[in-house]
Design a protein around this ligand. Structure first.
Ligand code: ADE
Length: 226
C-alpha cells in the first residue's frame, strides 16, 4: 500500500509513523507513507493556501488552486483507489470502513484546516470523506493519523500474530473480552479460573460470552446491527 498525505503541517503528522507498529510496517516495505507540504504549492511570495470565504463569515477556506495543482501532480504519477478528505462532516470511521480501505493499493489523504477546503475540490477530486468522530479538530492531520493506523495494522504481515488484528474489538461486531497476564493473583485480585484451566473450547466459549456481555453493557447499539 502507498499513502500520500497532503497537509499544511507535515510536522504534526510525522511522529505516529516513526514508532512501533507503523514504523515497522514501513521498514518491512508493507506500506509507504509520503507527506506533501501544500505550502510548496501556495500562491504568491507568501505561499498562500487559504482565503476569505465568499458570502462573508468567520474563518478562512483552503483555496482550490494549490490543492488542484498538488492533486493533479500526484494523480499524473499513479492511479489512486481513493482520494480521501478528512472532515467532521464525513462518514464516521468504523472498523468496517477501515477493513474496506485496508484492501486498497494507493490512497491520497487531504487534511483540511480552518473552515475546510473549497467545495469545488470536493466535487472535482474527493472519492471518500471521513470523520473520526463527532467533534471538531484543529485540522485533519490527527484524523489522518488515526485513519492510517486503523488501516495499516490490518495489512497482512504488519502485526506479527495475524490473528491478533482479527480478534480486535469490533472485528466480529462485538467489543473484545477482558484479558489478563501474569501473575494469576495480585493483591487478592484473581484471574478467572477458566483461563488457567487449559480447556481451550471452554475458554473460547467464556471469551465469547464475555464479549457479548461487555457489548450489551457498554455498546448495546452494536448488537442491534447484528
Ligand atoms: N477535521 C476536523 N475535525 C475532524 C474530524 N472530527 N474528523 C476528521 N477530520 C477532521
Amino acid at each position: 500500500m502507498r499513502i500520500d498525505i497532503i497537509t499544511v503541517l507535515p510536522e504534526l503528522i510525522k511522529s505516529p509513523f516513526e514508532a512501533s507498529i507503523l514504523k515497522r510496517a514501513i521498514e518491512k516495505g508493507l506500506v509507504e507513507v509520503h507527506m506533501h507540504d501544500l505550502r510548496k504549492y501556495g500562491l504568491n511570495k507568501y505561499n498562500q493556501v487559504d482565503d476569505y470565504q465568499y458570502g462573508g463569515g468567520a474563518g478562512m477556506v483552503m483555496m482550490i488552486e494549490p490543492l488542484d495543482k498538488i492533486i493533479t501532480d500526484l494523480k499524473s504519477e499513479r492511479d489512486y483507489d481513493e482520494v480521501i478528505y478528512m472532515t467532521p462532516d464525513g462518514e464516521t470511521l468504523n472498523q468496517g470502513i477501515a477493513n474496506h480501505i485496508s484492501l486498497k493499493e494507493n490512497l491520497m489523504i487531504i487534511c483540511g484546516h480552518y473552515k475546510g477546503i473549497d467545495q469545488r475540490v470536493r466535487d472535482m477530486f474527493i472519492t471518500k470523506e471521513i470523520s473520526i468522530g463527532d467533534y471538531v479538530l484543529s485540522g485533519g492531520e490527527l484524523g489522518a493519523a488515526v485513519l492510517c493506523d486503523s488501516i495499516i495494522r490490518l495489512i497482512p504481515g504488519v502485526i506479527s500474530d495475524e490473528t491478533s488484528a482479527l480478534t480486535d474489538s469490533f472485528q466480529d461486531g462485538l467489543l473484545a473480552p477482558p484479558v489478563y497476564t501474569r501473575p494469576a493473583e495480585y493483591k487478592g485480585h484473581k484471574v478467572p479460573e477458566i483461563l488457567l484451566s487449559g480447556n481451550l473450547p471452554a475458554i473460547d466459549q467464556w471469551r465469547e460470552d464475555q464479549a457479548i456481555q461487555r457489548t450489551k453493557d457498554r455498546r448495546p447499539d452494536l448488537l442491534s446491527d447484528i
